[in-house]
Write a protein that binds this ligand. Structure first.
Ligand code: AMP
Length: 420
């Protein structure tokens, strides 16, 4: 084979599509019901947008972006996440002067140059939802509810949020200083990667996976102890709403999330049905992001979830999505004149909205009937020399082995009467 898929990329084959349609429909339905409107930004954005919007100390920006210089002119990147592009679109399209908040969602491919593994791809799909323009903790709740609603609708169980607050520009620096003060004397015992993180992005030491560092985390400072009054109040309000809604959560002091732009709420949703892939999805609040990207100060909160991992779990759990629509009627023909009549009849029936499949080639009736069966058609119309001469078709109900010869003009009526 000369050509192969690019490493970490996937082909989504016809047999995969019922799963995709099922999950996509759940996303669109749920988003609509919660009052979210769809916004699709382009896959390509300026590299600088992600450097500013996600942060160059993050793995995504420092290691995982597909970036290139377009014909020696513009530095462009295939989006490695949705939020920065949605915020750019919000600012650029003046959406701040529409009624606030704006509730927006997106569904599409994301690109990250990660090490490929089971459930980890370099092109994958995300469903992303954002509430932009309100600091209300109710917006945080709604984002968490839509995430929770999606996973419960898709059959996941034991859903529990991991929840933390990462403060605001006033209290965050105090917490970061406390982290520095705590880890600096322990520097020798930190994993090399975490020594680097401590210098560049100390929060990331908290969600480390490095074995040497893990035991040092037990006594590390906790963000909740450093929140100022406004952040503490926001956090308490959100917890009260979650309690009222009966949504389970645990405070996770190690949860900071990878992206720089989070303020206040950060969360991940954990649940059953996903092997060792970790969180089902994550998100949080990013009150400073729009301003950092050149817009007016505007609060926002959002989440994103990966579609491939949902589908992987559905398959593991044996969840069967509904089959996709396909043609109901198969038209078989014997001889060139019959084939021409078949093509005309197919066009006419399709124009009326009936799904039709016409046999290709010139094969025996038996072979054509086998195709009809394989294609899952419930009804077949047969045209041979007699039918051409008489202006008729022979109509066969495949499931009930019934057959009738009728005027061609009556075929549509017969189909309507016999569709399962
Ligand atoms: P993140 O934007 O990193 O918070 O990721 C949000 C969700 O996207 C994760 O919970 C996963 O479901 C999914 N995801 C992230 N990276 C990948 C990847 N490389 N391949 C497949 N899914 C991914």
């Amino acid at each position: 084979m000369k050509y192969q898929r690019v490493r970490g990329m996937q082909d989504l084959l016809p047999e995969d599509q019922p799963y995709w349609a099922h999950v996509e429909k759940a996303c669109h339905d749920l988003a609509g019901r919660y009052g979210f409107e769809r916004l699709e930004a382009p896959v390509l954005e300026s590299t600088d947008l992600f450097v500013r919007g996600v942060g160059d100390a993050t793995d995504i920006v420092s290691k995982e972006m597909y970036s290139f210089v377009d014909k020696g002119e513009d530095a462009l990147t295939l989006r490695p996440e949705f939020t920065a592009g949605v915020m750019r679109a919000y600012i650029e399209n003046g959406m701040g002067s529409r009624p606030q908040p704006q509730k927006l969602y997106s569904f599409g491919p994301i690109f990250r140059r990660e090490r490929p593994a089971k459930g980890r791809y370099r092109q994958f799909y995300q469903f992303n939802a954002e509430v932009i323009g309100t600091p209300d903790a109710l917006a945080d709740l709604e984002i968490m509810q839509i995430a929770h609603g999606l996973y419960s609708r898709l059959g996941f169980t034991n859903l529990v949020f991991q929840l933390n607050s990462t403060g605001d520009p006033e209290c965050k620096p105090r917490f970061i200083q406390a982290l520095r003060d705590y880890f600096t004397p322990l520097m020798d015992r930190l994993a090399p990667l975490d020594r680097e993180r401590l210098a560049k992005n100390p929060l990331r030491v908290l969600d480390t996976k490095e074995r040497e560092t893990l035991p040092l985390l037990a006594d590390a400072p906790r963000f909740v102890d450093y929140l100022n009054a406004a952040c503490a109040e926001h956090f308490a309000e959100l917890r009260a709403y979650l309690d009222d809604a009966g949504i389970r959560y645990e405070i996770n002091h190690r949860l900071v999330r990878g992206l720089d732009y989070y303020t206040k709420t950060v969360f991940e949703l954990w649940g059953e049905g996903l092997g060792a892939q970790g969180a089902l999805c994550g998100g949080g609040r990013y009150d400073g992001l729009i301003e950092a990207l050149g817009g007016a100060p505007t609060p926002g909160v959002g989440f994103a979830t990966g579609i491939e991992r949902i589908i992987m779990s559905m398959r593991e759990l044996g969840v069967q999505p509904a089959p996709l629509p396909r043609p109901d009627v198969f038209i078989a023909h014997l001889g060139p004149a019959a084939k021409r009549v078949a093509v005309q009849l197919a066009a006419q029936l399709r124009a009326e909205g009936t799904g039709v499949r016409v046999a290709f080639g010139a094969r025996s009736l038996k072979a054509q009937m086998k195709d009809a069966d394989r294609a899952g058609c419930a009804l077949a119309l047969l045209i041979g020399d007699d039918e051409v001469r008489d202006g008729t078709v022979t109509a066969r109900d495949l499931a009930h082995s019934e057959q009738a010869t009728l005027a061609r003009a009556d075929a549509a009526g017969w189909i309507r009467a016999h569709l399962p």
